[in-house]
Design a protein around this ligand. Structure first.
Ligand SMILES: Cc1cc2nc3c(=O)[nH]c(=O)nc-3n(C[C@H](O)[C@H](O)[C@H](O)COP(=O)(O)OP(=O)(O)OC[C@H]3O[C@@H](n4cnc5c(N)ncnc54)[C@H](O)[C@@H]3O)c2cc1C
Length: 441
């Protein structure tokens, strides 16, 4: 029940179970975090999710210190069993093997984490429910309810699903003055409201699987800048893309590779076959054999650099992959979804305390705040993605960058977006200045 009294809201006792202050569609990191902060602000939140937990999500399962900070702020105990901590990045490429510890900063912890999305997403969704959000699983949102007069979204229609994902029973209508689209990269809700993907923004495709391995508790996140594979004539091919090996601590490693749409090979190669071929030539101590593979190789898209805008329109706010919020530098999306969720919840709580005209003004501040926070950085990321699409530039970077420790330290801070804004070192000051000067994406 709502603890606040907004000017245009029905009073709490007249509410039906299908009415709320805010509807959040999708209980991935974006949706669950938004719902958590809204519930903490005393708002009545419906969190609608088509799957039932635990459910898998194609991901690398890696969390940088930036994401750890978000978890800590939500009161999640990252020292509890199930979280595996890491010290930094191990980079393999150009015949080198570099260990780059996460930087020591005032603004971020000095460790990262890995946790499978099967666990992680359920934990976040339950955390939101414990804070007071009403979580409805197996609820497939089928479209927006739009006020004909204003064009604003005033709710959603949904179909209940059975445990096998088949529609059962009557369609249901849920109503709220504000709706959050946190329904992932394809965001059907945003599309139905006329908010489409921008083709001029970077996009990547990544594939991943799990292997049983004795090195499942590796405390470095391993990143491969070159993917070599044997060819049938006994030689070696350099495959396009970049790979990762993240130990999950549960007896397996998450192994995957990604390719950006700036690469000539994008959309023209068999990514799953590439992963098999690359994994087959990784050092034997990893144990990445066919017998040790757990589950299929699965692929999904990474929408980058704000590839769907505007992030607010006619009562609908976009959070996470729905708004294309993956960092173009490193493919990290969980943290940016959670940061945007926190921001969206703050804006919504503020907006719902205003009259109609004031409310709209506050809501328009959400896209502006997102651009202020990440716009310049994402613009730099778009340039970076264009550059790494050219193999010649990658070769120069590998040959001249990797052997220079000071340059790699700078690169890690830039790629993971880890700097102090006050009293930072020279690297922080350069990165912060570049981010400030770049036009907001
Ligand atoms: C292969 C791969 C590797 C990656 N590795 C990493 C990594 O290591 N670290 C990292 O930070 N990021 C990584 N990412 C990116 C990260 O997975 C996403 O950015 C992140 O999941 C975004 O969270 P989200 O909540 O916005 O969307 P999602 O996680 O996609 O959640 C959307 C939710 O909405 C639900 N939903 C969708 N439609 C409906 C509907 N109609 N009705 C009800 N519910 C609906 C879905 O079931 C889902 O639960 C990777 C991505 C890929 C593809």
């Amino acid at each position: 029940m709502s603890q606040r009294t907004g000017p245009e809201r029905p009073s709490a006792p007249s509410r039906t179970a299908g009415e709320a202050d805010v509807i959040v569609v999708g209980a991935g990191p974006a949706g669950s975090t938004t719902a958590y902060y809204l519930a903490r602000a005393g708002l009545d939140v419906l969190l609608l999710e088509k799957a039932s937990f635990p459910r898998d999500k194609v991901c690398g399962d890696g969390l940088t210190p930036r994401a750890v900070r978000q978890l800590v702020r939500m009161g999640i105990d990252t020292s509890a069993p199930g979280w595996i901590k890491n010290r930094g990045l191990r980079i393999i490429g150009g015949g080198m093997r570099l260990h780059l510890p996460w930087p020591e900063l005032a603004s971020y912890p000095d460790y990262g984490l890995v946790r499978t999305r099967t666990d992680f997403d359920e934990l976040l969704a339950r955390h939101a429910a414990t804070a007071g959000a009403r979580l409805h699983e197996r609820t497939n949102v089928t479209g927006p309810v739009v006020d004909e007069r204003t064009g604003h979204i005033t709710g959603v229609t949904a179909k209940p699903l059975d445990e096998r994902g088949r529609a059962v029973g009557e369609a249901v209508t849920y109503r709220a003055p504000l709706v959050v689209a946190a329904d992932g990269t394809s965001s059907r809700l945003s599309t139905a409201m006329g908010i489409h993907k921008r083709e001029d923004r970077p996009m990547a495709v990544a594939v991943r699987t799990y292997y049983k391995t004795p090195r499942h508790d590796d405390d470095w996140m391993e990143s491969w800048l070159e993917l070599w594979a044997e060819n049938p004539s006994g030689g070696r091919d350099l495959l396009p893309g970049y790979g990762w090996i993240f130990g999950t601590g549960n007896g397996t490693s998450n192994v995957g590779l990604g390719i950006t749409n700036t690469s000539k090979a994008f959309g023209r190669v068999d990514y799953k076959d590439m992963l098999r071929r690359w994994a087959a030539q990784t050092p034997p101590e990893w144990g990445f054999t066919e017998e040790n593979q757990i589950g299929d190789i699965r692929s999904a898209a990474l929408p980058m650099g704000f590839n769907r805008q505007p992030h607010y329109s006619r009562g609908l706010l976009l959070v996470g992959d729905a708004g294309g919020m993956v960092n173009p530098f490193n493919g990290e999306g969980i943290d940016y979804a959670m940061e945007a969720a926190n921001l969206a919840a703050t804006v919504i709580a503020d907006a719902l305390s205003r009259d109609a005209a004031g409310r709209e003004r506050v809501l328009q501040g959400y896209p502006a705040a997102l651009k202020h926070e990440h716009g310049g950085y994402f613009t730099l990321g778009r340039i970076f993605v264009r550059l790494i699409g050219d193999p010649r530039i990658m070769r120069i970077a590998r040959n001249h960058g990797l052997p220079r420790p000071w340059l790699m330290k700078f690169t890690l801070k830039l790629l993971a977006n880890l700097t102090d804004h006050r009293d930072g070192d020279a690297y922080d000051r350069v990165i912060n200045a570049m981010t400030r000067l770049a036009p907001a994406a």
